[in-house]
Design a protein around this ligand. Sequence first.
Ligand code: IMP
Ligand code: MG
Length: 179
Amino acid sequence: MHNDIEKILVTEEELAEVTKKLGEKITRDYAGKKLLIVGVLKGSIYFLTDLSRHIDLPCHIDFVQASSYGSSTVSSGKIEIIKDISDDLTGFDVLLVEDILDTGKTLKHIHDMLSKRNPESIAVVTLLDKPSRREVDIYADYIGIDVPNAFVVGYGLDYDQYYRNLPYIGILKEEIYKN
Ligand code: IMP
Ligand code: MG
């Protein structure tokens, strides 16, 4: 598994630091609100479990799942919801948790869908952002780390469902997906 990594981009220590900092900021911003944390499966699971332990507030936690890449490294652009949450979000301040914002199509679709359910507010926290790749109008309110335009895996991020359990984030060797 480690042999397939070209370069480590974010170490375990950096991940711990970034999630702590984001969690503390979110704690300050959401004090007194009715917080609903919504993770986008499956990529956000490691980030969500670490981040939420630094959010020192009462909250609900739920998940949505959108159609995935399949085994390709580029988004098909066709988004399908596989797992949904409640139809009524009245009173909730929703915090969407993503692993990476790439073209933005997945998150835009989910954001638009949840906006129609009368939430008090919706914000986005993403661990990684690839701003150079954005194709639709969506931005994150909280960003962990900007990354270059390379295919990265680990800490929840996969290639063909593998590598999610790498404890760090690394650039995958091109030879793994170019044949
Ligand atoms: P988007 O719809 O193009 O923004 O794609 C977002 C989703 O694609 C993310 O939630 C990831 O699951 C996946 N993705 C995008 N870039 C990468 C990457 O570099 N490595 C692994 N997954 C990625
Ligand atoms: Mg994802």
